[in-house]
Each structure stands twice: as structure tokens, then as C-alpha cells.
Design a protein around this ligand. Structure first.
Ligand code: MRU
Length: 354
């Protein structure tokens, strides 16, 4: 089974529900959920059944198209009002990945641009726009992959953190896209090291799963092993994904990413952030402004253990993301090109944020 053939989220053919691959069950079980109610879609995002910034954006686009299609009115003002309620609700599912808000804003813009049309027509336009978001995501990830592939050398050891893979997008992933493109070019002499990525193990459960199944030379390491791997010369380049990048190039990604970047700087290893332009939030100046999601204590104390592994009542701090300072980043690979400091100028030069 090649993970590239797995769809993270689709609209069902009869447009009655979303088909969401339940990533909380991977790698042991491949199960597609048929999710119809807006509350269940919200829950699927919140509980990381569908996760990864671009996939959350694709899911949000389909979700609002689906739920808006059920608004029973012929009055476009009433339609608009109900749409906005649904949008606000879906936007409350997770705070950090900007793709959620980006996709919902894009859907709102499409809705408003067509409010002069009959409501049934607006509904069709929204379905089409959601599909565009998904189709564009495949092309965007592929472009990031091609640019990232250009940075690889034969024999490289590549480190990645969390899952910025095909499971986090519509296809190819962002950080994994250069690996899939290298494979397409027939390269067999590169190795990938996946941080397991505590506390939710997206590196172990998802990245190791998808790369290993695709036949890529994959080694799983614990998060605290990255330093020894770098020191021993096994890592030549780091590719990570991101959930939100600010104007100055600070990048929020899964907790632990900034530590990897600090290590890479120490050992002189290039550290690249792979970011669709939809992940670049030009409305924020620096990473200090990015809202960081905090999650349940149980994810740290007991979720993956046969029995609880921390004393009852102990305090737990469980932020899901951290921000890597732009000074630690060698370059940000977008689908439009490779950006280097000063990042605000580089993003503007590529028309990002226009
Ligand atoms: O909490 P998650 O699993 O949604 O976090 C995912 C990450 O941090 C990814 O690295 C990021 O979204 C980039 S996905 C291409």
C-alpha cells in the first residue's frame, strides 16, 4: 500500500458527507469516516482525525460548502448570515494553522462575490471553490517538492519532524514532497530520519508509516536523538512543514521544531521550512503574535501507554506548537519559489499576501 494513494479528506460523490481518513487510528487501522454534521466535522479537526495545516484548509473548504448547501432559504441575505455562523463555528476548531482561516476566508469571499446570484447557484459555486482548494493543494505540494528536490544531493540523510507528509495535505506533503519527487526521479540513495514527535507521535504513526510504505529508506528516532544523529554526520539537511509563517519569517510548527532548528544551526546543517503560500500570514509581523494551541494533559501522561506514566495530579504543560525564529531558518520553500532573509521582502517579491 502506498500512502500517496490515501486521500486525507474528500467530498463524497453524492455530496452528502465528507470522507475523512481517521488519522488517530493510523498506522494500525485504515478507516474512512463518513462525517456529515457540522459538529462532527468540527470534532474531526479538533481531535486530529484530519490534521496538518494544508489538509485542515482543504477540509474546511469542503466543510463549509457542504454545510452551506443545507441552508434552506432562497434569500441570499439569510444565506449569508447562516454561512457566517457556520464559518465562525468551524474556525473555532483549532487556532494555530492559518490554513483553516485562509480557506474559510476564501470561501466567504467567493460567497460574497456571488451574492447577486440565486442561492442554489451560490451553493454550486461553493462546491466548485472547495474542489479548487483541494486540486490546487496537490499542485502546490508538487511545486514545493520540485524546489526542495533541487536542494538534495545523492546520499543525503534528511531529518523531518512531525508529519508534513501526504497525510497532512491533499497529496505529496510539503516537507516530504522533495522525498517523493526524488523517488520519482529514481533516487534510491537517500535516507530519511523521522522524529517520533511527542506527544502525539505524528512522526512515528504517520511520517514513518507513509514513507516506509512508499518504499523510502526510513528510520524512526526519538525526538531527543536528533542531536546525536547530526553530530555523527548522518543528517545533511532538514525539511519541516509549518502551520503559520509571519512576515519576518518566524515559523510555527509542531512542538519540538524550534529545538531541531537550534541543533541544525549548531551543527551547520541547512534547515528548510516548507510552506504553501496559504500558510504565510502577512497580517502578523512576528511569531510572538501566533496563537499557540494547548492540548489536553492526557496526551502527555497516558494516551500512548498501557497505564498512566505520570503521577496523578502532576501539573502538565502541553503546547502543540512552537515558533522557530527566522534567524535559524536557511530558507522557506513555497510553491512560488525559495525565500531567504529578509523574508518580508522575499514574500513580497513573489506576490505572497497580495
Ligand atoms: O497538530 P498537527 O498534527 O495538525 O500538526 C501538524 C504539523 O505541525 C505539521 O508539520 C504542519 O501542519 C505542516 S503540514 C504540511
Amino acid at each position: 500500500m502506498n500512502a500517496l494513494q490515501l486521500d486525507t479528506v474528500l467530498l463524497s460523490k453524492d455530496r452528502s458527507c465528507l470522507e475523512i481518513l481517521d488519522q488517530t487510528l493510523l498506522p494500525g487501522t485504515i478507516k474512512v469516516l463518513h462525517v456529515s454534521k457540522i459538529e462532527d466535522i468540527w470534532e474531526a479537526i479538533k481531535l486530529l482525525r484530519v490534521r496538518g495545516a494544508p489538509a485542515i484548509g482543504v477540509c474546511a473548504g469542503y466543510a463549509i460548502a457542504l454545510t452551506a448547501s443545507r441552508i434552506e432559504t432562497a434569500d441570499s441575505a439569510v444565506f449569508c448570515e447562516e454561512f457566517m455562523k457556520q464559518k465562525t463555528y468551524l474556525a473555532s476548531s483549532r487556532p494555530t494553522a492559518v490554513n483553516l482561516f485562509w480557506a474559510l476566508d476564501r470561501m466567504e469571499k467567493t460567497m460574497r462575490a456571488n451574492l447577486d446570484k440565486p442561492v442554489p447557484e451560490i451553493k454550486e459555486i461553493l462546491f466548485a471553490e472547495a474542489q479548487n482548494i483541494r486540486d490546487e493543494d496537490v499542485a502546490i505540494s508538487r511545486s514545493i517538492g520540485e524546489i526542495g528536490f533541487g536542494l538534495l544531493k545523492h546520499g543525503d540523510g534528511i531529518l523531518t519532524h512531525c508529519n508534513a507528509g501526504t497525510l497532512a495535505t491533499a497529496k505529496y506533503g510539503t516537507a516530504t514532497a522533495p522525498m517523493y519527487i526524488a523517488q520519482e526521479h529514481g533516487w534510491t540513495d537517500f535516507r530519511v530520519y523521522c522524529d517520533e514527535t511527542r506527544p502525539l507521535l505524528q512522526g512515528a504513526r504517520l511520517t514513518a508509516f507513509e514513507l516506509h510504505n512508499a518504499g523510502i529508506d526510513t528510520t524512526l528516532i526519538c525526538d531527543n536523538m536528533a542531536s546525536i544523529m547530526m553530530k555523527s554526520g548522518k543528517i545533511n539537511i532538514v525539511f519541516v512543514g509549518c502551520d503559520r509563517v509571519t512576515r519576518n519569517g518566524d515559523a510555527a510548527n509542531k512542538i519540538g521544531t524550534s529545538g531541531v532548528a537550534i541543533l541544525a544551526k549548531h551543527y551547520g546543517i541547512p534547515f528548510y521550512v516548507c510552506a504553501p503560500s496559504s500558510t504565510i500570514d502577512m497580517s502578523l509581523e512576528t511569531g510572538d503574535q501566533i496563537p499557540i494551541e494547548e492540548r489536553a494533559a492526557e496526551e502527555v501522561t497516558e494516551m500512548w501507554y498501557k497505564e498512566r506514566m505520570a503521577p496523578e495530579g502532576v501539573k502538565v504543560f502541553n503546547p502543540a506548537f512552537d515558533v522557530t525564529d527566522h534567524s535559524l531558518i536557511t530558507g522557506i520553500i513555497t510553491e512560488k519559489g525559495l525565500c531567504q532573509a529578509p523574508y518580508d521582502k522575499a514574500f513580497e517579491a513573489l506576490g505572497i499576501g497580495k
